[in-house]
Ligand binder design. Structure first.
Ligand SMILES: Nc1ncnc2c1ncn2[C@@H]1O[C@H](COP(=O)(O)OP(=O)(O)O)[C@@H](O)[C@H]1O
Ligand code: SF4
Ligand SMILES: [Mg+2]
Length: 353
């Protein structure tokens, strides 16, 4: 644990460095290669209540070594987007009804389920919010780490053991030789999250999807985990999709940010531009509700009113009912995406002729 706290003190430096280093690879026009390209993804729920448009036309590119944040109020479609990328969206309740998910140029939606299993084990990995549900309580941490290594890297015997130790060390779990034999409940919260991180990295993925990975951790442990993630990213040139509703984490972790509302991305911008000069009225409301980005608070719930139900999203801009700038046409037609001079993309009639 002491190591962890030391690490935390270096967080500020690492963040500045990474921001400077990725500035050129932003806005989809930099030199960073596009690893994952999501195009017009639509993922709907079908049930007694009708059609629920949980994700309705989401598009973004994720570059090599980049961290793209996905923010927005609870229920706006962040998790369904990520689960759909993995094709782990809840079935049969939901279905991907449109779009493309290109990983290194290949459309994942055209792959068979066995090919998808390989993608999930090898190329894209996911770290979820609650480490307790991500780990199996009746298996040792070691066994849970061995499984993907056996399956996807075909390791056995001494190689398997050594790789597991290496991964435990890479996420700074002390005395890994003994810890491999421990059960999840014998780990502290922070250590459990790091164990989940180790399992997530066991396949040496190109893309890591982190869905609110630190929500259940206390502030110190969280800071240490985020610093660790940054380090691992640098070592492995990982591309990270980072879902959070914590703007402090966005500022610390993300190169660019996609703001989601009612199943769509309403603004996609460099993190600094987003905070200093939010374009979309929803982004503006979010940013204004955070007094200081370093303050760790969940303020995304403090905007008046509620997002619409996914079963009742009309033709117009779904933010209209809460928007300070609403105009007549906003209620009639959804605004197409406009790319502003600084490269950011925004969907709002204020920026659309
Ligand atoms: N299993 C499910 N069955 C029906 N609706 C769901 C299910 N999972 C999520 N939804 C709905 O899809 C929408 C998007 O949810 P989600 O992606 O989980 O939001 P968040 O941005 O908080 O991660 C929400 O309206 C949610 O109620
Ligand atoms: S399109 Fe209209 S209602 Fe929607 S965010 Fe822009 S100004 Fe507000
Ligand atoms: Mg979620």
């Amino acid at each position: 644990m002491e190591q962890t706290v030391d690490k935390e003190e270096t967080t500020g430096g690492a963040t500045e460095e990474s921001k400077a280093g990725t500035a050129a690879a932003t806005n989809g026009q930099g030199n960073g290669k596009v690893v994952l390209s999501v195009r017009n993804l639509q993922s709907y729920f079908f049930g007694q209540r009708g059609v629920g448009k949980a994700v309705d036309g989401v598009s973004f590119d994720l570059h090599e070594g980049e961290t793209l944040g996905i923010v927005g109020e609870s229920g706006c479609g962040k998790s369904v987007t990520m689960l759909s990328i993995m094709q782990l969206n809840p079935k049969p309740a939901s279905r991907i009804v449109g779009g493309q998910i290109l990983l290194n140029g290949e459309d994942l939606l055209q792959k068979s389920s066995s090919e998808m299993r390989r993608v999930r084990g090898k190329s894209i990995s996911m770290v979820l919010q609650d480490p307790m549900t991500a780990l199996n309580p009746v298996l040792t941490v070691g066994n849970q780490l061995y499984e993907p290594l056996r399956l996807h890297q075909r390791l056995a015997g001494k190689n398997l053991f050594e790789k597991a130790i290496e991964l435990m060390k890479s996420v700074r779990i002390p005395a890994p030789e003994t810890r491999l034999g421990s059960f999840p409940h014998q780990f502290s919260g922070g250590m459990r999250q790091r164990a989940v991180g180790a399992i997530g990295l066991s396949c040496d993925p190109q893309v890591l999807i982190a869905d609110e990975p630190t929500t259940s951790l206390d502030v110190t442990v969280q800071a240490a985990y985020l610093a660790l993630l940054k380090d691992l990213q640098k070592d492995r040139n990982l591309s990270i999709l980072f879902i959070t509703h914590d703007f402090g984490i966005v500022a610390r972790m993300c190169d660019r940010v996609a703001v989601m509302y009612a199943g769509r991305i309403v603004e996609l911008a460099d993190t600094r531009d987003l905070f200093s000069n939010p374009a979309h009225p929803y982004t503006e409301a979010l940013v204004n509700s955070v007094p200081d980005v370093d303050e760790r608070v969940d303020r995304l719930t403090s905007i008046d009113g509620q997002p619409p139900s996914i079963y009742a999203i009309g033709e117009g801009c779904p933010f209209a009912a809460r928007c300070a700038y609403v105009m007549d046409k906003c209620r009639e037609t959804y605004p197409d995406q406009t790319v502003l001079e600084d490269g950011r993309a925004v969907s709002c009639w204020r920026y659309n002729e």
